[in-house]
Design a protein around this ligand. Structure first.
Ligand SMILES: Nc1nc2c(ncn2[C@@H]2O[C@H](COP(=O)(O)OP(=O)(O)O)[C@@H](O)[C@H]2O)c(=O)[nH]1
Ligand SMILES: [Mg+2]
Ligand SMILES: [Zn+2]
Length: 308
């Protein structure tokens, strides 16, 4: 029988069958050996085949995982070469960012966008805490919105606290499976509570903000939205990891760079010091935003450090 994974706690999974019945499921032992590089063979969002084990206690055994149309990976915190699949079968990802308390950096947003491109999960960017923004933050917001929308990304401004601007975002979540992401303290739980008051997710006190924040669980969990669609919350996940990305492919994950790659003189151009580089030309004439190019170079440097 077909079911969807809503929560993974390591060896047990909470799954829902097509009639909405919930089961506690385990993997059939032998399947655990299938994918030795992943620390968790089944992820939230996976569609599985299972057999009911006991009717009374609603337990089941998973014996097949359907092919994923995409998934998000993270490097295992304990084992560098092991991957952890955070979530599978996503329609989109929603990054919650803020320009105040705390301020999300452009570098963080751009890494998120690179990961979204790499995993083939279309991104949305929502700036929260609009009620705290003064002219300075509003100008920054407009500048970033213009920069990202010119590349093709959608950017929204909301206040979860004042319930402002959220309707437009809700509309985009309807009937889609969305991964919600962002630093702790930006208001993910608050935003979800506006969408779904009965969920009553714990929000955290931002006073004494240290830049890190607390989190209670680290397991991803999926929730059905009352108006259709699903949200995957990943408490404790600071960012998608850029697992297995090479310097050479990085520019493919910047849409505005990808569009111009073929015009570079050398086909292995990294767009740093090479002559005849169409990307650097585009930065100079303003067709590519300088700040996005700076992010590109910063990420490029971080890949170098990791691999050599
Ligand atoms: N001023 C203001 N504070 C907010 C807003 N949204 C969330 N917060 C506060 O920011 C803090 C962190 O929110 P929370 O939802 O726990 O963030 P999460 O870690 O991303 O889930 C809490 O103190 C919230 O009350 C908002 O739109 N405006
Ligand atoms: Mg939260
Ligand atoms: Zn180039």
């Amino acid at each position: 029988m077909k079911a969807t994974v809503y929560k993974s706690t390591g060896s047990w999974y909470i799954v829902k069958d097509e009639s909405g019945r919930i089961f506690n499921a385990r993997m059939k032992g032998v399947m655990k050996l299938d994918d030795i590089t992943s620390t968790n063979p089944v992820a939230v969002g996976d569609i599985v085949e299972m057999e009911i084990e006991t009717e009374e206690s609603s337990t089941a055994i998973i014996d097949e995982i359907h092919t994923r149309h995409n998934y998000i990976n993270r490097q295992s915190p304990r084992h560098k070469h092991q991957h952890h699949i955070v979530a599978a079968n996503l329609d989109q990802s929603l990054l919650v960012a803020t320009l105040k308390e705390p301020k999300t950096s452009q570098g963080f947003i751009d890494r998120f966008l690179v990961a979204s491109e790499m995993y083939h999960v279309p991104p949305l960017i929502v700036f929260n805490k609009a009620d705290l923004y003064k002219n300075k933050e509003l100008e920054k917001y407009e500048a970033w919105k213009a920069m990202y929308e010119a590349i093709g990304y959608s950017v929204f401004l909301v206040s979860a606290a004042k319930k402002e601007g959220v309707d437009e975002v809700l509309e985009l979540l309807k009937n889609k499976t969305t991964l919600i992401s962002g630093h702790s303290g930006v208001g993910k739980s608050s935003l979800l509570n506006v969408i779904f008051p009965e969920m009553n997710l714990r929000t955290q006190d931002v006073s004494g903000w240290s830049g890190k924040g607390q989190h209670t669980t680290t397991f991803a969990e999926m929730y059905d939205l009352p108006f259709g669609g699903r949200i995957i919350d990943t408490p404790g996940m600071r960012e998608f990891g850029l697992v297995d990305i090479s310097k050479q492919e990085l520019s493919h994950y910047f849409p505005e760079l990808r569009d111009r790659l073929n015009d570079c003189q050398f086909n292995n151009c990294l767009h740093v010091n090479e002559p005849g580089c169409a990307i650097k030309e585009a930065v100079i004439n303003g067709a590519v935003h300088e700040d996005r190019y700076v992010s590109y170079v910063n990420i490029l440097d971080s890949i170098e450090e990791k691999n050599y």
